[in-house]
Write a protein that binds this ligand. Structure first.
Ligand SMILES: Nc1nc2c(ncn2[C@@H]2O[C@H](COP(=O)(O)OP(=O)(O)OP(=O)(O)O)[C@@H](O)[C@H]2O)c(=O)[nH]1
Ligand SMILES: [Zn+2]
Length: 210
């Protein structure tokens, strides 16, 4: 079986990076076969035979954030540094799933912090976003969890998080609003106390490079 799989990857010419928990995949797939039948489909037809397994794998991937420890990610790349100006990472892609309908919501996160003795490896900030986004979420909690993780781990003078997302549960169904974007924000420290600092952050995330 393992051999067959290696061969498949060879044929595709690339390595599939995802690692799957077979018990979990099989357990979820059984239910999706039943769901297909209950929706009026024929789970044995060619295009659907592997669908329960594919859906199970997709869902495992879309919720793999439960297995990640975001604090550890930050701690793995914290460096003593004297820099005390705002550090902004903007336009970080976000893909998450709303916990009410299990439909995607997606957009961008903009994050800033003001170092207080330590800086963090830049790539670790989008990694923290992913760790919390790849779970069943609401946008408000996602926003707060990212803020709290950075604040509690790095102890900066302040953290700012703004997230802008479209929710498919509002576009494909329900109220069917195709263009509405939801914005959430969360602040600590200087971003909360100091209007000028918060305004500078908001200006930086709306400013364009080109
Ligand atoms: N606050 C918040 N609400 C969300 C988020 N994602 C989805 N929702 C909302 O969750 C709510 C669930 O409300 P219900 O009335 O129980 O669900 P529903 O009958 O499917 O509601 P409609 O979407 O209005 O048809 C809806 O208003 C969704 O728009 C989110 O990230 N944050
Ligand atoms: Zn929803």
């Amino acid at each position: 079986m393992a051999h067959e799989h290696d061969h498949e990857e060879e044929l595709l010419g690339y390595q599939k990076i995802e690692r799957y928990d077979e018990d979990k995949i099989n357990g979820v797939a059984v239910h999706y076969k039943d769901i297909l039948e209950r929706l009026g489909e024929d789970p044995e037809r060619e295009g659907l035979v592997k669908t329960p397994e594919r859906v199970a794998k997709a869902l495992q991937y879309l919720t793999h954030g439960y297995d990640i420890k975001p604090e550890q990610i930050l701690k793995s790349a914290m460096f003593k540094e004297d820099y005390s100006q705002m550090v902004v990472v903007k336009d970080i892609e976000v893909f998450s799933m709303c916990e009410h309908h299990m439909l995607p919501f997606f957009g961008k996160a903009h994050i800033a912090y003001i170092p207080n003795g330590h800086i963090v490896g830049l790539s670790k900030i989008p990694r923290v976003v992913d760790a919390f986004a790849r779970r069943l979420q609401v946008q408000e909690r996602l926003t707060n969890e990212i803020r709290d993780c950075i604040q509690n781990t790095l102890s900066p003078a302040g953290v700012a998080v703004v997230i802008e997302c479209k929710h498919l549960c509002m576009a494909m169904r329900g109220v069917q609003k195709q263009n509405s974007v939801t914005t959430t924000s969360a602040f600590t420290g200087e971003f909360m106390k100091n209007d000028k600092t918060r305004a500078e952050f908001l200006r930086l995330i709306t400013a364009s490079l080109d």
